[in-house]
Design a protein around this ligand. Structure first.
Ligand code: HEC
Length: 168
């Protein structure tokens, strides 16, 4: 009897101050908010996100976007590396539309250094990189705006080099 009483009071001692026995799953049982249990906040009107960019159509980009970067050796070198990584698989390392992936596309990648493509406005090339065209993917998530402009500078430089080579 005495032993039973001692056991009850021991349990009482253990359970009441700690309250939340068993302790090992305390963290597990927190009142977590499940994804989408609460609706995401709506962006207030007339505001822009601090990070990221508002969506822009190819047409708007063509008219509105102008390259803020200068064709410095640093920007051209960065643009070249980005072009060779992201664009050359389809457009070819010299932009002539002869990359290895282009063979498997329903519509081949354009030759960027000849025909009408060589005279495209900077904003159009920027818009094409941002939005993608048909089988050309969008690079909005993988290339931040300044890298897209570096690619535009590099595309311009290979177009000029191709035009100079054709003139001789
Ligand atoms: C998966 C293959 C693929 C990749 C990678 C790709 N492109 Fe394209 N690109 C295409 C195809 C296909 C078209 C033609 C779309 C059409 O006919 O309307 C195109 C069209 C374009 C055009 C428009 C040409 C014109 O005359 O209208 C530009 C500019 C361009 N790409 C630039 C780039 C740049 C810069 C990159 C790298 C950031 C890139 N592309 C990566 C497949 C690709």
């Amino acid at each position: 009897m005495a032993a039973g009483g001692a056991l009850v009071s021991m349990l009482g001692l253990v359970a009441s101050p700690a309250f939340c026995f068993p302790w090992d799953i305390d963290m597990y049982r927190t009142p977590a908010v499940q994804p989408y249990a609460v609706a995401p906040r709506v962006t207030p009107s007339d505001t822009l996100p601090v990070d990221g960019e508002p969506p822009i159509s190819l047409e708007m980009a063509t008219v509105k976007m102008h390259n803020p970067l200068e064709p410095t050796p640093g920007n051209l070198a960065a643009g070249k590396e980005l072009f060779l990584t992201n664009c050359a698989p389809c457009h070819g390392s010299s932009g002539e539309g002869d990359g290895p992936v282009t063979k498997i596309l329903i519509k081949p990648a354009q030759n960027l250094v000849a025909g009408a493509s060589k005279d495209l406005p900077d904003g159009y090339i920027y818009g094409a990189i941002t939005d993608g065209i048909l089988t050309m993917p969008s690079y909005a998530d993988s290339l931040p705006p300044h890298q897209r402009w570096q690619v535009v500078l590099y595309v311009r430089s290979i177009q000029q080099a191709a035009a100079a080579a054709a003139a001789h």
